[in-house]
Write a protein that binds this ligand. Structure first.
Ligand SMILES: C[S@@+](CC[C@H](N)C(=O)[O-])C[C@H]1O[C@@H](n2cnc3c(N)ncnc32)[C@H](O)[C@@H]1O
Length: 228
């Protein structure tokens, strides 16, 4: 799976891409991540990528004549044009179902905004899927892009050590519930004991207990999930 990130700040991803599961997935060639600096498509002699909004108002707007050529050129550099996602708080809010859908793609392009966001004509011309990670406003789309990559790669075969583990995650297909409580050693800590059933070794009973706990937890914390 190929991720193309289009951003004004490609170095923001340095730490994220060089640690843990994502680094491992890149090293094992399960995923590829390429970064493009939108500024490289600026035709302005000062490499300007933003300008003040028509009609006045605060902040700066990302220029259409810089963003559109950047996306078009990057998109055309592979036969598979991929799925173009534009990061914006005004977009469709992502959930696990959407993440599962994305995990089936071969190529995803993540367009990250900054400042006051994109000139409206970027959307009109490129027709991206406008995606939000939640009802709050970030300084830029980079954190949102990392969240999407992080959620999607969990579902790419081979990325997790244990394929089964993502199937049991909260919100997953066939589950759509919260995962129940988990424990590890020590068996007793500050008087709190691990439930007896988990140390008994009866796999069937453990599965049954986990299923019941998942339902209980979902009822308590997220009853809305039963409407799925
Ligand atoms: C400060 S925000 C612009 C907000 C814009 N003025 C508005 O009110 O809708 C700058 C950039 O951060 C990213 N961003 C901010 N919040 C986001 C969210 N909740 N989900 C996805 N991207 C977000 C987008 O790429 C956006 O272009």
């Amino acid at each position: 799976m190929l991720f193309d990130i289009l951003t004004l700040f490609p170095n923001i991803f340095d730490g994220y891409l060089s640690e843990s599961l994502v680094k491992n997935a890149i090293d094992r060639e399960l995923i590829r991540v390429r970064r493009y600096n939108i500024r490289d498509w600026s035709t302005d002699k000062h490499h300007k990528v933003d300008d003040s909004p028509y009609g006045g108002g605060s902040g700066m707007v990302l220029k259409v004549d810089c963003v559109v050529p950047c996306v078009e050129e990057v998109r055309a550099n592979e036969e598979n044009r991929g799925r173009l996602l534009m990061m914006t708080p005004q977009g469709k809010r992502i959930d696990q179902k959407f993440v599962e859908e994305l995990s089936q793609e071969q190529r995803i392009l993540l367009l990250c905004g900054r400042y006051e966001g994109f000139d409206e004509r970027v959307s009109q011309i490129l027709q991206p899927e406008e995606i939000s990670i939640g009802d709050y406003v970030l300084n830029g789309g980079e954190a949102a892009a990392m969240i999407i990559i992080d959620a999607v790669i969990r579902l790419v075969p081979g990325v997790l050590g244990d394929e089964f583990s993502s199937l049991c995650d909260s919100f997953s297909t066939g589950n759509r519930l919260l995962e129940g409580p988990q424990y590890t050693r020590p068996r007793v800590y500050r008087g709190l004991e691990v439930p007896e059933i988990l140390v008994g070794g009866n796999h069937e009973q453990i599965q049954q207990w986990r299923a019941e706990e998942a339902v209980k937890r979902t009822e308590q914390r997220r009853p809305d999930l039963f409407q799925y």
